[in-house]
Design a protein around this ligand. Structure first.
Ligand code: F6R
Length: 604
């Protein structure tokens, strides 16, 4: 949610800031701004609109300096306008503040500041921090920030610059910040891709950390000013992995990366002969009688698939809930509960808080996470990294794929450890898992066919997605992808539930995507297809290769490779991702930066 970049060194700051912001634009993209120190003054340019608007403005009015801060915004308080864009400055222009998150007590703080003569130029909560810091400033910027933060509460990743200093003071609570270490230059950003052109050596700040960043070095302390040691981590992601590599969109690149991602997620972890998986986790599944999984959005659908996998293979009861509901409903958790948080970013605040709720009540905790060093990984007992690599497209694809594979591993791990999964069943399942990268590769070949279907139905106002059992979450994920990037309204239902209401929607204008892959429930799903056809609905079936029967009932069929029915979501989500992608392209939508969305949601 919002992207931050700060730089102090020997390069032109605007180049570093713009390049970094470009790499973070997926985090928010309704306005952007920079403040650069030019001849002893902080010069600010900020513009509503995409980053390119700011880049054009900077071309027309270059700011030359070796020290600066920049921001790309996703609005929470105040519309996306020039004044509401960050950085926020004090009246005299001495201090520039960039803030991600929400200052919850900003209204009383603002009233007090106005009463004391401060003039506000934006509607944001963030601006109060600039004025508060100005009030506290007596020559020591870190001290002023510390004092201001003792009065403000909420979530923040805060980056502050003063015209008289060659240092960036940063602080974080909830919203992420990562410091990049160079030689004679140092950086700060809200996510690693902004740093990759310059350094792989990073420090992930923890909640409650502050840091002072100069050309020469970085000192980290807590909010009370006590020094703290933070590990310097070398990130493995390379620059190319965060680039488009010739694809027109990150989303398409990420869809095509999925076979490789599956290899990474599964690599070295499957031991088919021994009927085991090696996850290097300290947790012992034998201690747990039930599992709660919390997640949001696409990760929630992966969690739902995970429920079927764990219950089918390990026979342990699993509850799955969207994290924003879970955290407030006083869930029944004890020390025999294993709470699993699934998240690409590892920063989603609802998921983090859901996890904390389970932890407070005594649960063991496991994170199934993509982003190394992210907040959730620091709070759980154990992390299973999904190894999807950097996901830039706002609509999640390859991270979902990796989450599904990871949940397959978790199910086998639990079942084998508890003895509830027979070795021969595990062997068969692991054998099928091993084939997944190749099957997903094969599935990608259907793209041209799917593009034709997308074109055929691109004028539809609504879509319906249906799936049964472990394919119900696939239907929901397909609908979510279509909504997110094409803006076509799409609903999903478990196929058997259609007759209890949504059937009223069906007419000849409604395309209905039905997950009709081979499974013990295939016949029932075919009956649902017939129910749709009988009411004039247009069926797009996703079916298993070799199923000729389904052609009799569906107008369009997309074939996916045959696999174990519990792994069908892995191969079936690919055509749904491509259908959403091709529809969005056909409609001329902004695939990688769909309206109103942000990649990492660190506000409630
Ligand atoms: C959908 C999407 C979102 C995220 C959700 C959780 O394409 O990307 O629904 O899945 O915001 O994000 P993470 O996985 O980072 O916790």
């Amino acid at each position: 949610m919002c992207g931050i970049v700060g730089y102090v060194g020997f390069r032109e700051a605007t180049d570093v800031l713009l390049e970094g912001l470009r790499r973070l634009e997926y985090r928010g993209y309704d306005s952007a701004g920079v403040a650069v120190k030019v001849n002893g003054h902080l010069e600010v340019i900020k513009k509503a609109g995409k980053l390119q608007v700011l880049a054009d403005e900077l071309k027309a009015h270059p700011l030359s300096g070796k020290f600066g801060v920049g921001h790309t915004r996703w609005a929470t308080h105040g519309a996306p306008t020039d004044p509401n864009a960050h950085p926020h400055m004090t009246e005299q222009g001495d201090i520039a503040v960039i803030h991600n998150g929400i200052i919850e007590n900003y209204l009383p703080l603002k009233e007090g500041l106005i009463a004391r003569g401060h003039i506000f130029t934006s509607e944001t909560d963030s601006e109060v921090l600039a004025h508060l810091i100005e009030e506290k400033y007596q020559g020591n910027l870190a001290e002023a920030v510390r004092m201001a933060l003792s009065e403000a509460y909420g979530a923040y990743a805060l980056v502050v610059a003063h015209k008289d200093k060659e240092e960036i003071v940063v602080a974080r609570t909830v919203s992420p910040l990562v410091i990049g270490l160079g030689g004679g230059e140092n950086f700060v950003a809200s996510d690693v891709p902004a740093l990759l052109p310059y350094t792989r050596k990073v420090i992930f700040l923890h909640d409650g950390d502050m840091a002072v960043i100069t050309r020469e070095g970085v000192t980290v302390s807590d909010l009370a000013g006590n020094p703290v040691e933070r590990e310097v981590v070398t990130v493995e992601w390379d620059l190319e992995a965060a680039e488009k590599s010739g694809y027109p969109h990150y989303m398409l690149k990420e869809i095509y990366e999925q076979p490789r991602v599956l290899e990474n997620t599964l690599g070295g972890r499957l031991h088919q002969e021994e009927a085991t998986v090696e996850l290097n986790l300290k947790l012992d599944p034998r201690q747990y009688h039930k599992v709660h999984i919390v997640a949001c959005g696409t990760a929630y659908y992966a969690a739902w698939v995970g429920k079927y996998l764990i219950e089918s293979l390990a026979r342990i009861p699993v509850e799955v809930e969207v994290a924003s509901e879970y955290r407030y409903r006083d869930p029944v958790v004890d020390s025999k509960t294993l709470a699993i948080a699934i998240s690409q970013s590892g920063e989603t605040i609802d998921t983090l808080e859901g996890l904390r709720e389970a932890k407070r009540k005594g649960a063991g905790t496991l994170g199934v996470i993509n982003a190394k060093g992210s907040s959730i990984t620091r709070e759980v007992d154990d992390t299973l990294y999904i190894h999807a690599g950097p996901e830039i497209g706002v609509a999640s694809t390859k991270a979902y794929m990796a989450m599904l594979a990871a949940m397959g591993l978790v199910a086998v791990w639990m079942g084998r450890s508890k003895g509830t999964l027979k070795p021969e069943v595990a062997q068969e399942f692991l054998g099928e898992m091993r084939k997944l990268p190749r099957l997903v590769e094969e599935g990608l070949e259907a793209r041209a066919h799917i593009a034709k279907i997308a074109e055929k139905y691109h004028q539809a106002q609504d879509y319906l997605f249906l799936g049964r059992h472990i394919q119900a979450p696939t239907a929901y994920e397909g609908a979510l992808k279509l909504k997110e990037i094409s803006y076509i309204h799409a609903e999903a239902y478990p196929a058997g539930e259609m007759k209890h209401g949504p059937i009223a929607l069906i007419d000849e204008r409604l395309p209905v995507v039905v997950l009709a892959t081979e499974s013990p429930f295939y016949e029932k799903t075919i009956s649902n297809i017939q129910e749709v056809r009988a009411r004039g609905g247009r069926v797009i079936a996703v079916a298993t290769k070799g199923d000729n029967e389904v052609k009799r009932f569906a107008q369009d069929v997309i074939y996916v490779p045959k696999t174990h029915h519990l792994l069908a979501p892995v191969v079936s989500v690919v055509p749904l991702q491509l259908l959403a992608y091709e529809t969005a392209v056909f409609l001329g939508r902004d695939v990688d930066q769909p309206r109103n969305l942000a990649k990492s949601v660190t506000v409630e």
